[in-house]
Write a protein that binds this ligand. Structure first.
Ligand SMILES: Nc1nc2c(c(=O)[nH]1)N[C@H]1C(S)=C(S)[C@@H](COP(=O)(O)O)O[C@H]1N2
Ligand SMILES: [Mo]
Length: 202
């Protein structure tokens, strides 16, 4: 009996050991996942605020953010809808730089990331510090496309990608965890892809 080609075809799995459980490699594609209408935000009109439990609530405009020391994340991203994408490159500023300027108070332990559209997502403060999170405006050396959060999005690549708020405009430091948009709708409060923390209770 002839064996169909598909029987032997394997899904590309990318570099060994880099695909979290239940994920597949989306290859060169980059799906767009947006709950709201894609906004048109001119860089000149965009601002970024760090406030809540900080010593110095701080707002940067586009020019001011460009003056900050920039850095590039090169690595992988993982969406809870099961696609992963290997070897992406995003450039922006480390969230550490923004937090250092604002001065988190000792009681700050969680962050609500707000998009100018109203989208929110919650994170432990410790997931945004230590060189693990960025506010980015370039993808692959080009301006970040509107549908992917341009001009500026949050990037927290070690957590599922819903934590990477597109069109980010505010990081609000809080003492206690509060659910954001998807977290109120059943997604996990932390969302570590290696622990498969997809839904509340995982
Ligand atoms: N403002 C906003 N940010 C968002 C979302 C959204 O709907 N609105 N979707 C999240 C989800 S579920 C994912 S997987 C990624 C998708 O980013 P992409 O569209 O650039 O692939 O953005 C996250 N950030
Ligand atoms: Mo997602």
């Amino acid at each position: 009996m002839p064996v169909t080609r598909g029987f032997f075809r394997r899904r590309p799995e990318g570099p060994e050991g880099r695909l979290p459980p239940g994920q597949y490699d989306t290859g060169s594609g980059w799906p767009v996942l947006t709950a709201e209408a894609t906004p048109l935000i001119r860089p000149e009109a965009w601002t970024m605020t760090v406030d809540g439990l900080v010593e110095r609530p701080t707002t940067w405009n586009w020019d001011q953010v460009q003056q900050l020391p920039s850095s590039t994340y090169t690595g992988d991203i993982h969406c809870v809808t099961t696609w992963s994408k290997f070897d992406v490159a995003f450039t922006g500023v480390s969230v550490d730089v923004l937090l250092d300027a604002a001065g988190p108070l000792p009681e700050a332990a969680f962050v609500m990331a707000h998009s100018s559209t109203g989208y929110t997502t919650n994170l432990p403060l410790s997931d945004l510090t230590g060189g693990k999170a960025w506010v980015v405006w370039e993808y692959g050396g080009k301006p970040l496309a509107r549908e992917h959060g341009g001009p500026v999005r949050l990037l927290v690549p070690h957590l599922y990608f819903w934590k990477s708020a597109k069109w980010v405009s505010r990081l609000e430091l809080m003492a206690r965890d509060q659910p954001g948009f998807w977290e109120r709708n059943g997604y996990h409060d932390r969302g570590d892809p290696w622990l498969e923390q997809r839904y509340q209770g995982d």
